[in-house]
Design a protein around this ligand. Structure first.
Ligand SMILES: O=C(O)CCC(=O)C(=O)O
Ligand SMILES: [Mn+2]
Length: 216
């Protein structure tokens, strides 16, 4: 019998920060499956380098990205309006694996929690994501955001919005899943800094639930 390539542990490592909750599953996918996903996504996703506007200044994002999801899951950040592309079978398959773990972790009844995914492609050590929180209105007050990492590991840094002494760093491994929940977005910022050492290409998928306009 062929061994299953998807056999996530039932419980992740719970990381409780002041007013933040992280659940980390270092081996969410096996190395073989993660390699396969990385290659497939590098090939099949129509990667774009978007222009964004921060404090009135237009510039290119220092990474590539793509947005997929249900038709109604539109999303706006940094002056960028994203209309989702239709789920590919591969992205839907990953989404179902992650929905399953999120339902287990948070004891949810719903079989399908996420309705969209933002994909980020960090080509090398020069690509990055600045300090931000995923606190857009359409994500709701206490969003659960599930972040799958594939490829070269990168440091995911968090810092408290008010208490300067509070910060945390975690290296996100190939095939790992990090779930942010509770008040993480309300009280903390996160970022992926540029590195000075050579880094292999990395793809990150952040699954999100965009709330319907009528309940915002
Ligand atoms: O690449 C990462 O691990 C972080 C991505 C992220 O914060 C985002 O997409 O909002
Ligand atoms: Mn984020």
């Amino acid at each position: 019998m062929q061994a299953s390539l998807f056999d996530p542990p039932q419980e992740g490592e719970l990381i409780e920060l002041d007013n933040a909750r992280l659940d980390y599953f270092p081996n969410f996918y096996t190395q073989t499956k993660a390699d396969e996903l990385l290659t497939a996504l590098q090939r099949e996703i129509p990667w774009r380098q978007e222009q964004i506007r921060i404090a009135g200044i237009q510039r290119l994002q220092p990474r590539l990205s793509a947005w997929f999801g249900d038709a109604e899951a539109t999303y706006t950040y940094s002056g960028l309006h994203l209309f989702p592309q239709v789920w590919t079978p591969l992205l839907l398959d990953i989404k179902q694996n992650i929905d399953h773990v999120v339902a287990d972790t948070f004891r949810l009844q719903t079989p399908s929690y996420f309705n969209s995914v933002l994909l980020n492609y960090y080509r090398d050590q020069h690509d990055s994501m600045g300090w931000h929180s995923d606190d857009e209105t359409e994500l709701g007050a206490q969003p659960v955001i599930a972040s799958l990492s594939l490829g070269g590991s990168r440091v995911f840094a968090l810092k408290h919005k008010k208490r300067k002494e509070l910060n945390y760093k975690i290296s996100l491994a190939h095939g790992s899943l990090l779930i942010m929940s509770g008040n993480t977005q309300k009280h903390w910022l996160h970022a992926i800094a540029k590195e000075t050492q050579v880094c292999n290409a990395r793809i990150n998928l952040t699954f999100r639930q965009i709330l319907p306009r009528k309940i915002l």
